[in-house]
Design a protein around this ligand. Structure first.
Ligand code: 5BU
Length: 267
């Protein structure tokens, strides 16, 4: 199925190249799943791509939690992700002023050279998006910024007033790929989608086929409900990588998310 058919208004109203790239990958893979690859060795990370790569559209990393990280091993891992037709998303949650965020895209990890997407808080103001975009431009690459409009963890301080400000500033910014919404609360997500409109994507952590409370204040909602409420990508970590059968689980999340997209399209 063509991306414009599956994604409807989201496809026609979104203009960021990276957003369309994602929508196309999701169609090829028939999956709206981004795996939160929260593993701390390179061997485990590579094994995840081998096991579940076919069922994912993107891979979310926390590069700073890998114990045996080397530039060479990371570069090979990113090549492997690319060969598996996956976008690479570093969930760095940048929060500094624009100029420093630009520099933080380089440094030892050199995130600008391999990440297609990064997360950022908007607490320091909208220049952070320009800083991150400048980081990618510095190495001749393009990428997209996901702004944290909501979070999935209990007690977080991103209240509705703050969310509204992030959406207002982010929705017309050309460097913004989309927003992080709370996958554990479909009602909150519906409100976020109303505020965002169709011109930007919403990606949601806090999703698990086993709905309820997770570790240390994490909360989980159902994948289908999240997509029907307006999520364009479900970010799933332990639901896949801690399962006794990761590939079977990844397949189940892919099916739930893709079926929900097709169901949403009918509405
Ligand atoms: P889990 O194992 O499915 O709970 O993993 C969730 C991942 O999503 C983990 O990598 C977090 O850093 C990430 N996350 C989140 O859980 N909640 C949020 O609000 C944001 C990111 Br933003």
């Amino acid at each position: 199925m063509q991306a414009n058919e599956s994604w409807g208004r989201r496809w026609s109203e979104d203009s960021l190249a990276m957003a369309r790239t994602y929508m196309e990958v999701a169609c090829r893979k028939q999956s709206l799943v981004c795996l939160a690859a929260d593993r701390s060795t390179m061997a485990e990370l590579n094994q995840l791509i081998d096991e579940v790569g076919p069922y994912l559209a993107a891979l979310k990393t926390h590069v700073d939690l890998v114990d045996d990280w080397t530039p060479e091993a990371w570069s090979a891992f990113c090549d492997k992700a690319s060969a598996a037709d996956l976008l690479v998303f570093e969930d760095r949650k940048f929060a500094d002023i624009g100029g420093i965020s630009r520099k933080q895209m380089s440094g030892i990890y050199d995130i600008r050279s391999w990440a297609d997407l990064v997360t950022a808080h908007l607490i320091s103001g909208p220049d952070i998006v320009d800083g991150l975009q400048a980081g990618w431009s510095d190495v001749g690459r393009e990428g997209g910024v996901l702004l944290l409009a909501q979070m999935s963890s209990r007690g977080n301080l991103l209240d509705p007033e703050y969310t509204a400000k992030v959406v207002a500033l982010g929705k017309s910014h050309p460097g913004v790929f989309g927003f992080i919404g709370n996958g554990s609360r479909p009602d909150d997500l519906k409100l976020l989608r109303q505020a965002v409109g169709d011109g930007k994507l919403i990606w949601t952590p806090g999703v698990n086929l086993a709905v309820g409370d997770g570790e240390m204040g994490q909360r989980y909602g159902d994948p289908r409900e999240a997509v029907l409420a307006g999520s364009d990508c479900i970010i799933v970590g332990s639901g896949i990588h801690k399962s006794s059968n990761p590939s079977q689980q990844a397949k189940a999340y892919a099916k739930a998310s893709w079926d929900a997209l097709l169901e949403r399209k009918q509405k």
